[in-house]
Design a protein around this ligand. Sequence first.
Ligand SMILES: CC(C)(COP(=O)(O)OP(=O)(O)OC[C@H]1O[C@@H](n2cnc3c(N)ncnc32)[C@H](O)[C@@H]1OP(=O)(O)O)[C@@H](O)C(=O)NCCC(=O)NCCS
Length: 242
Amino acid sequence: MESHIGAKGFIIGTFVQNELIAFRNVYFPDVKEREWNLGYDIGLEAPEDLEQIANLQMICVHPKFRGNSLGRQMNSHAIEIIRQLPRYTHLCATVSPYNYWNIRILLKSGFTIRTLKTKYDGKLRYVVYQNLTRAVEYLEKNERVSVRLTDVERQKELIHRGFIGVQLREIDGFRPQKPTDYANGFEVIFSASSPAEFSFGRPPDISPRQLPVFASQSVVRGQQSRPGRSLSDVETDVWIDN
Ligand SMILES: CC(C)(COP(=O)(O)OP(=O)(O)OC[C@H]1O[C@@H](n2cnc3c(N)ncnc32)[C@H](O)[C@@H]1OP(=O)(O)O)[C@@H](O)C(=O)NCCC(=O)NCCS
């Protein structure tokens, strides 16, 4: 843990009147760390690529302040810092398929879902990726498929066929019966990808049509209420230790 926030990474803290209310940490894994170097999980093979991996690792926002875009702002800030470090091209993160708000902020922070697999002693995880030197490329008129967040097998099949997850959407009118039902109220939008997205490794099985490239995602707002305070109530400051 110490190395994840010390010499091999940095941490951003958000404070309200000197009280820490949120943090995001970034870790730079070594090539030989097979579990932590997420390049292995997304098909990167060359040591020179594996040396250029940075992980967005842990993030936490105090429950009272969630839903105020602090998570997204800390992600953008961390990505901007990493961009200024010449060494890193590949940015990765893992996220549980049941952690819908974290999936949403990662996809809105420029990542796409590349694989869904067990990691960390048997835990199911998406591995998400973005290339810091080019915008995500997927084709506007390529096939798009919506899959329930909880339909793991269908998602694995699409990923195997070369689809990438690009958006998390709340299903209109979904009413959870109990808190554990919440994940059923979301669907992931998968898009057939451009071969360029996989140019570092094994190409997908599909051959997408050559159509114009775009890099935007539409946002579908759901009915979920936000118990968090408005950001205008608080003062934030960013603290970085590296
Ligand atoms: C995941 C987490 C970091 C998100 O932080 P956050 O500051 O609340 O995230 P943001 O406000 O930037 O974005 C959350 C998204 O969820 C939506 N949302 C809706 N209701 C929400 C709620 N009650 N709480 C949080 N987010 C909510 C927001 O609308 C936003 O989507 P939008 O961009 O479409 O508006 C935070 O929920 C958290 O700390 N969770 C516990 C720790 C954790 O699971 N960390 C990840 C593993 S390391």
